[in-house]
Design a protein. Structure first.
Length: 263
């Protein structure tokens, strides 16, 4: 028997179409098998597809890359909230999402700005393999750290812009991502994020990496409110705040498409 599911695609962390990071959003009445969700994500072939179901006064939320289910995703959470607010008649100003590994995530709306409340993920020193420096483009960072992903800190924004990674080599070195960052020229900090092992060479804008970046730069710059750009080709903008063991990330979103899936 064929099942028909609604699907939306949203550009997150931007106020312009074709900017930010695209995410697919698939509302469900009840969970379908994970294998089916993975096939849908692979067919969509964008960095993340979010699936959610209503559960009382909150929603359960899961995210899939084209190759596996991921533990935390910021831009697809923002995209899901955007669809609930703008397409599915969610009436309150705050949404609670329960997740498998990241606990409860909250998204609030004020005018056209969405704020995500996520767990902070402080980084720790890490000894980088030489092969990783070669794969990232040969430029040595000033500092190497790690939480979920490896984080390389560079001297300036130009270093980040000019990195040209070897994605096939990166994919063989680490199954998780490689995050690069530096102080920004016209903002507090910039970043890029590479995760070829997940089927995404460069992720355009990554909420989950800012769980690492915000506590790092808050300490480095001596302030808790920060303005950030992820300087991928599509570029994304985030207003950030460190709040104890939580990080707040605010950004815009725009709907690109809505349609139906037949499985």
């Amino acid at each position: 028997m064929m099942i028909k599911l609604p699907i939306y695609q949203v550009d997150a962390f931007t106020n312009q179409l074709f900017g930010g990071n695209p995410a697919a959003v698939v509302p469900l009445d009840q969970w379908i098998p994970a294998s089916e969700m993975q096939k849908i994500a692979a067919e969509n072939n964008i960095s993340e597809t979010a699936f959610f179901i209503p559960q009382g006064d909150h929603y359960e939320l899961r995210w899939f890359t084209p190759t596996f289910e991921i533990d935390l995703c910021g831009h697809a959470t923002l995209a899901t909230a955007h669809i609930l607010f703008t397409e599915l008649n969610y009436a309150k100003d705050e949404i609670h999402f329960h997740t498998l590994k990241a606990g409860t995530l909250t998204v609030t709306r004020k005018d056209d700005l969405y704020t995500l409340d996520f767990p902070a993920r402080p980084v720790a020193a890490f000894e980088v393999p030489d092969a990783l420096i070669d794969a990232i483009g040969g430029k040595k960072p000033t500092e190497v750290l790690r939480a979920r992903d490896i984080m390389l800190v560079y001297e300036n924004e130009e270093d980040i812009k000019h990195l040209k990674p070897d994605f096939s080599a990166l994919a063989k070195i680490d199954k998780d991502g490689v995050l690069v960052t530096a102080k920004g020229n016209n903002c507090d900090f910039v970043s890029r994020f590479f995760i070829p092992a997940a089927g995404i060479n460069e992720d355009p804008v990554t909420g989950s990496t800012h769980c690492n970046l915000i506590p790092y730069w808050a300490e480095k710059l001596g302030k808790n409110q920060l303005h950030a750009f992820q300087i991928s080709e599509r570029k994304g903008e985030l207003w950030c705040e460190l709040k104890g063991d939580r990080v707040l990330m605010s950004g815009n979103a725009v709907t690109y498409l809505k349609g139906e899936i037949y499985i």
